[in-house]
Ligand binder design. Structure first.
Ligand SMILES: [Mg+2]
Length: 437
């Protein structure tokens, strides 16, 4: 019964995470002296970009000039933006959420979506409990609070994360969507801009529910384009707007990449990270029933330079073993000893339907397809017993090594240990390592 109710309420379980007053909160996190004080960032542009809740309570709003801020809140601490540090926190946020589910959309510097559909059996928890668990982990590890919404789709999850502030958690099952939409002006819905909002007002739409209750023919009559129809479907509880968890180009490709911290020159480690990316990308390829004819792989250096290679595969395949073998042949042309790397990535290209495979000489494709079958079995095992129950030997270091000179994003990290990049670490040293002032 509970299961049935849950399927009806969450045919998909989408969570939206939104950092509260993110930039200002990061500043407060990095300097305890700022805690509890009205902090505003954006000094370099003379405009408030982000305000702590203390500043908001004093009447500071986004876009105010420094002069205006000083008028309403003379004690405001106005700081220049430090985007590098904020983006390190953003990366951490994505990586923490990815410890719980691979399906994460990096929506913006302080927001992401996660698809946790089907993870209830894995975690033996309800969707609410899973979402709350991720929220707690984010808040514990980043020291920033998050507004979190759990819903059957992105539009409603966004409504949820904004519902209570700060540190809110709002669950919107499909069957209750109307309760929330009734109270929400249409212009507050994600994707409804001010001109559309004015247009809809003229047609008598006030609340989001007014819009959701219109029939589809009404939308068509008023020539509302596809993005608005998608919003309309989602307000009615359907899942239409897919998560963008990787980039898909027009011919169709699958991309998996992973940043590791700190940067490393350990060849085995870098290769195993790449191998793991390949495994994950192939899982996706098999899920979509496609074979891969070409790949690109790259390594990204500590100072953000990319080096990579494009390779045509001898036979179309969906087997990570075949691809890891090919990559291992060329790896040394990309990797140079002594260079420090911060990320690796793989793109599977020239994808074709498994069904459309034509016969080739020497039965090569037959062999590749057979090893594809082995991986289908592995997929079943992994699905049954948890992701990465079975994995390639070449991914071993990435899968098993618990610590790599401290911490990495893709293994559970020690509690209360912040894992940050160089510049942020410099800033962190003062307030966090317990030095006397
Ligand atoms: Mg935010």
């Amino acid at each position: 019964m509970d299961e049935q109710l849950s399927i009806r309420s969450f045919p998909r379980a989408i969570v939206h995470f939104d950092g509260d007053a993110f930039f200002a909160s990061v500043e407060q996190m990095l300097n305890y002296k700022l805690k509890g004080k009205p902090v505003v960032t954006g000094k370099e542009r003379n405009i408030a970009a982000s305000m702590s809740y203390e500043a908001k309570r004093m009447g500071v709003t986004r876009g105010m000039t420094v002069q205006e801020i000083k008028k309403v809140c003379p004690q405001a601490i106005i700081l220049p933006s430090d985007y590098e540090t904020y983006s390190i926190f953003a990366r951490r946020m994505y990586e923490i959420v990815r410890m719980f589910t691979p399906d994460v959309e990096e929506y913006s510097i302080d927001e992401c979506f996660a698809d946790i559909t089907g993870l209830k059996t894995h975690y033996k928890m309800s969707y609410e409990e899973i979402a709350l668990m991720i929220k707690k982990e984010l808040e514990l590890r980043l020291g920033v609070t998050f507004g979190v919404g759990l819903a059957p789709n992105k539009v409603l999850a966004k409504v949820g994360s904004k519902w209570q502030k700060p540190a809110g958690f709002t669950v919107i099952p499909a069957k209750d969507a109307h309760i929330f939409l009734k109270e929400l002006p249409i212009g507050k819905i994600w994707g409804i801009g001010s001109s559309t909002s004015v247009f809809l007002h003229k047609l008598g739409i006030r609340s989001a529910l007014d819009f959701a209750l219109k029939p589809l023919s009404w939308l068509e009559y008023h020539k509302l384009s596809k993005p608005y129809k998608e919003i309309w479907y989602e307000m009615r509880g359907e899942y239409v707007k897919k998560l963008v968890t990787e980039t898909n180009d027009e011919v169709g490709s699958i991309i998996k990449s992973r940043t590791f911290t700190p940067a490393t020159s350990n060849r085995q480690f870098v290769f195993s990270q790449l191998s793991k990316n390949i495994e994950n990308a192939c899982i996706k390829a098999r899920r979509h029933g496609v074979l891969i004819r070409a790949i690109s792989f790259y390594l990204k250096t500590q100072d953000f330079r990319y080096k990579g290679m494009d390779i045509e595969l001898p036979v179309a395949t969906c087997s990570p073993v075949e691809i890891v073998n090919v990559v291992s042949k060329y790896f040394n042309q990309v990797y140079s000893a002594g260079e420090k790397y911060r990320a690796s990535g793989i793109t599977l290209r020239s994808l074709i339907d498994q069904g459309s495979m034509s016969l080739d000489l020497f039965g090569e494709s037959h062999r590749a397809q057979n090893s594809g079958k082995i991986f289908e079995t592995i997929d079943t095992l992994n699905h049954k017993y948890g992701k990465h129950t079975v994995f390639l030997g070449s991914s071993f270091t990435a899968m098993v090594e618990k610590q790599h000179q401290g911490d990495r994003g893709d293994v559970p990290i020690r509690k209360n240990h912040l894992f940050l990049g160089e510049s942020a670490r410099k800033r962190l040293d003062i307030p966090f390592l317990g030095k006397a002032h």
